[in-house]
Design a protein around this ligand. Structure first.
Ligand code: ZN
Length: 312
């Protein structure tokens, strides 16, 4: 190698070293610092992450416990609200039920009063020589009895309209039991009664007339709810009615249709009239039948208790 070349090389090399070595040194330091710094940063970040993570955990558990206590509170509130509402509902229902009962009993009373107001109290009054009916009294509504039920078909008889269905049922029931039962007399007005008494007076004299026919105004026939019944085979006379099959049938069955025998044998009010039946309602008739009593045996106040049910 020529000297010049060597020198040149040496020169180059030395000049290179001066540059390269510091550069290399700087690079190593930089990289070392970088590693050291990076490592430090990572550690710091890690600890921050750990701190945050712990915080997050704590927050989570706090949130969880808060949620649980909130849920418990909500549940308690719900239960308490439900209990309150249930009690309120019960109270309201009780109050409503009480009001309903009150309304029910008031409307029951009103119904009874309305029923009573539409029922003629005269229908269950005692009438005889002792108890008399005003001459101006006449039944509110009368219906014509169909002639098929009359003993004398050509005659016209009237009956209290609300009582007629009971009489009709009784006459039909008798027929079903093969009992001949016919209407001989029904409603009689005050005037008719007076005229009738006049006839009897003429025929029998006044003493006997009182025995046969009630003085005008004293007769149950004026009510429109009383009927004289007759059967066949006794020559059309009422006096033969006692002891007939028809009479015995009535004694057994008339109460089922609300009819009672007004003047039984040995009564204190009137002569024995086995043909004379008065409608007093099924309830009262049944009471009398089952207690073996007669209408005129009862106190008027006791009779009046049955007025409400007379057409039931
Ligand atoms: Zn009569």
């Amino acid at each position: 190698m020529p000297e010049s070349k060597f020198k040149k090389f040496l020169k180059q090399t030395i000049s290179h070293e001066f540059v390269v070595v510091p550069l290399l040194f700087l690079t190593i330091i930089s990289v070392g610092f970088g590693f050291w710094y990076g490592d430090k940063t990572i550690k710091e970040l890690s600890s921050q992450i750990a701190f945050l993570s712990e915080n997050l955990n704590q927050t989570d558990s706090k949130l969880a416990s808060t949620t649980i206590s909130l849920e418990e509170n909500i549940s308690q509130a719900k239960t308490s609200l439900e209990e309150t509402l249930s009690k309120e509902k019960q109270n309201t229902e009780e109050k409503f039920s009480n009001v309903q009962n009150e309304v029910g009993s008031i409307s029951g009373t009103v119904n009874n009063l309305e029923k009573l107001s539409k029922t003629d109290p005269e229908l269950l009054q005692k009438y005889s020589k002792v108890f008399f009916l005003n001459e101006h009294f006449s039944p509110a509504r009368l219906v014509e009895i169909p002639s098929e039920y009359n003993y004398f078909e050509e005659k016209n008889y009237q009956f209290y309209d609300q009582s007629w269905p009971y009489l009709e049922k009784m006459l039909k029931a008798a027929k079903r039991d093969s009992v001949d039962l016919y209407v001989y007399s029904a409603f009689r007005s005050f005037d008719t009664q007076e005229a009738l008494k006049g006839q009897y007076t003429v025929v029998y004299g006044s003493g006997s007339a009182n025995q046969f026919s009630a003085d005008q105004g004293y007769s149950e026939h004026q009510l429109g709810t009383t009927v004289d019944l007759i059967t066949t085979g006794i020559s059309g006379t009422l006096s033969g009615f006692d002891g007939t099959k028809a009479y015995n049938w009535l004694l057994e069955n008339a109460y089922k249709f609300g009819f009672v025998l007004s003047y039984p044998k040995n009564n204190a009010y009137y002569i024995y009239e086995p043909w004379h039946w008065r409608f007093v309602g099924i309830e009262l008739a049944t009471y009398l039948k089952s207690n073996n009593k007669y209408f005129y045996d009862l106190d008027q106040r006791q009779i009046d208790e049955y007025l409400i049910s007379v057409f039931d």
